[in-house]
Design a protein around this ligand. Sequence first.
Ligand code: FAD
Length: 370
Amino acid sequence: MKIAVIGAGMLGASTAYHLALAGHQVIVFDEGHPGKATLAGAGIVCPWATKADDESWYALYAAGARYYDQLIADLTARGESQVGYRKVGALVVADDPAEFDAAAERLARRTAAAPETGGFQEISPEQARDHFPPLREDMKALFVPGGARVDARLLSAAMLRAAVAAGAELRSDLATLQLLNGRAILRDGRDQEVAVDQIVVAAGAWASRILAPLGLNHPVVPQRGQIVHLSLPGVDTSRWAVLLPMASHYLLAFDDSRVVIGATRENGTGFDYRVTAAGQHEVLSAGLHFAPGLANATILETRVGFRPAGPSITPILGRVEGIEGLVIGNGLGASGLTIGPLAGKLLASIAVGEDPGFDLTPYTPHPRMT
Ligand code: FAD
């Protein structure tokens, strides 16, 4: 089957990877809009402590984290060594003792159903600082060994490389859609029709633009996130745990003496691709509140990304009733690096008419015609 995938963020890259490996002919279009979420995303893969409790969303979130082990093993077996994923463990901390206890209750319930977490244990402030040295000295923590972090730039590139090695074609180009006799038709940047059997739209925060000409009022909008990258020259940060305060911000580290503090969640910004004074201040204040040991770190950069935010936390994955040859995946919001690889696998199955092996009813797109 010949399939076009529009968008090569975490979701589109995974969709293309799974389709190409299954032997399908794949063409990926990616315009690389400034603010592509996958290039800015923090990379925390640790769903079990979340306060959000939407059942359908959590099912996908937890399954997404579980799928990482298989994906990384498969990519490694294909010679992809730069995948950016490591189980460094996660530290859950809280200023408020009641929040800490509530997190412990959630972790007890959820880790029991998820052996890949390795369970969890309460540890002292000293032990917590062994896992994340800049942490404030009074913070005891709940440690989850299975918590992980991923460099989404590396992982999405690895999936695309593997897809290309399996025959996929990658185009840096803007795709458009039109409706002809009830069927979605794809055009490239030169306005030439590209004949395919199926089209998968994984265009993130920009998807409503490409879907509007089909008469669809797609309900996903950009939510801006500003995220600060710091450097600690000479410090080996490669094994530092992910730090999850039960507040809205978080910290994590990567191999190259880099520590990341995330992130703003700004609604109503549209595609305003800027670092703002307030955004920078908010993120640094929150980060230094929990990790004062970072006060002397060097500021490397602030990345800006547009999370694809749907009307609810539940992602949108499936076919659009009434339009032939069209599959949509979107609305992964703040959890798309965790859900994206699995969601791409599910989209690939839907596109070729196979049973995804996962009940996708709660995620079906509900078309609102314009
Ligand atoms: P994107 O990565 O945005 O990719 C969409 C692509 O489609 C873009 O490249 C765009 O150019 C392309 N495109 C759009 N229209 C067209 C067109 N017409 N033709 C061609 N190409 C087109 N998730 C987690 O699980 N853990 C985290 O720690 C985490 N942290 C985050 C921190 C920040 C600051 C942000 C912004 C997000 C974070 N996320 C996190 C969420 C995650 O990054 C996103 O949910 C995910 O990257 C969305 O992936 P996507 O493939 O749907 O979209």
